[in-house]
Design a protein around this ligand. Structure first.
Ligand code: PBG
Length: 324
């Protein structure tokens, strides 16, 4: 079965994230998870955002949850020694990321929505989002690895596996793999309309996922491409069984968010990416104008039609009670 509308209703936290009209309920906080213990390293260019080991991450999430933040997006940062050409560490069920998923769920159960980024780039030694054969990022063999990663996250307990690679056909392949693994209530968020953007710089530093050669232009979308291309990607992913359709980045593509929200039936998410966050944080002056700027950004996403907003601003906005 490809389409299971019940997935988005499966837990109270999923319904709250997708269908509440409160801003606080719509936010997803991204986290960068590293191996080790007691690690809490600030990320260059992203004030307030840290790489954390699982023990520190659990405390952070607990405090965020106490302030009403009930959704997280996890990125596993893979140590250089564990990277290889096949991204094996990304589907190693014993990895720190898998432990993070399981432990968050053990503490919070279904009162939190755990989303996980599914891609190869943090675990490949060349930094590409797929397997590389003769200098090219190949498609179908990469999809096989994406399926293994998605199933491993689902079995660890993720609510949504989030495909961020932009390979063709990966949504239906991942959906079938989840079914075959018995993970029929695990959701699939697709980074459907994802541009080869210049706004991912601070993230690639944080996730240690910059490509060693070339770029991501053969799979991520051309920033010059029009609405037709965006609609094609979103419609394909919806028909292949994506439960949430994401547009990324956010601010330079608000028009695309609106177009996609008007096009698809499934809920739309937007990713307010690292470079957008850095811009706002770097122009911060006094608290009041900073608060107003963050609220203006979040409101713009809602106006454009996003049900879900993945944003590094979530923690500050929740803890300072800027939103309810
Ligand atoms: C992995 C991935 C990226 C981001 C999210 N998932 C980087 C990329 O595509 O290079 C970027 C997020 C951000 O900039 O905040 N493919």
């Amino acid at each position: 079965m490809n389409i299971r509308p019940r997935i988005n209703r499966w837990t109270a936290a999923r319904r709250q994230l997708l269908f509440s009209d409160r801003m606080l309920d719509s936010l997803v906080q991204p986290h960068f998870v590293v191996e080790g213990e007691g690690i809490d390293d600030p990320i260059h260019g992203m004030p307030g955002i840290h790489q954390q080991s699982v023990d520190v991450l659990l405390k952070t999430i607990e405090e965020d949850a106490a302030h009403g933040l009930r959704a997280v997006m996890l990125f596993g940062v893979v140590h250089a020694d564990a990277k290889d050409a096949e991204a094996s560490e990304a589907h190693n069920a014993g990895s720190h990321l898998h432990r993070a998923i399981t432990e968050i769920k053990a503490v919070h159960g279904d009162s939190i929505v755990v989303m996980t980024d599914v891609c190869l780039c943090t675990a490949t030694d060349h930094g590409h989002c797929g397997l590389v054969h003769e200098g090219e990022v190949v498609n179908d063999a990469s999809v096989d690895v994406l399926c293994k990663i998605a199933v491993s996250h689902a079995l660890a307990g993720a609510d949504y596996v989030c495909a961020s690679d932009m390979m063709d056909g990966r949504v239906s392949a991942i959906r079938s793999s989840l079914e075959a693994a018995g993970a029929s209530s695990t959701g699939l968020l697709s980074y459907s309309v994802k541009y080869a953007s210049s706004f991912y710089g601070p993230f690639r530093h944080a996730a240690q996922s910059s490509p060693e050669f070339g770029d991501r232009a053969t799979h991520q979308m051309d920033p010059r491409s029009g609405y037709e291309e965006a609609m094609l990607e979103a419609n394909l992913d919806e028909s292949e069984g994506a439960d949430i359709i994401m547009v990324k980045p956010g601010l330079p593509y608000l028009d695309v968010v609106r177009k996609i929200a008007d096009t698809v039936v499934r809920p739309v998410a937007v990713y307010n990416v690292s470079g957008e966050y850095a811009m706002v944080m770097n122009t911060r002056s006094d608290d009041d104008s900073h608060r107003a700027m963050v609220l203006e950004v979040l409101t713009a996403f809602k106006r454009a039609g996003a049900s879900v907003i993945v944003t590094y601003h979530a923690r500050e906005a929740a803890r300072k009670k800027w939103i309810a």
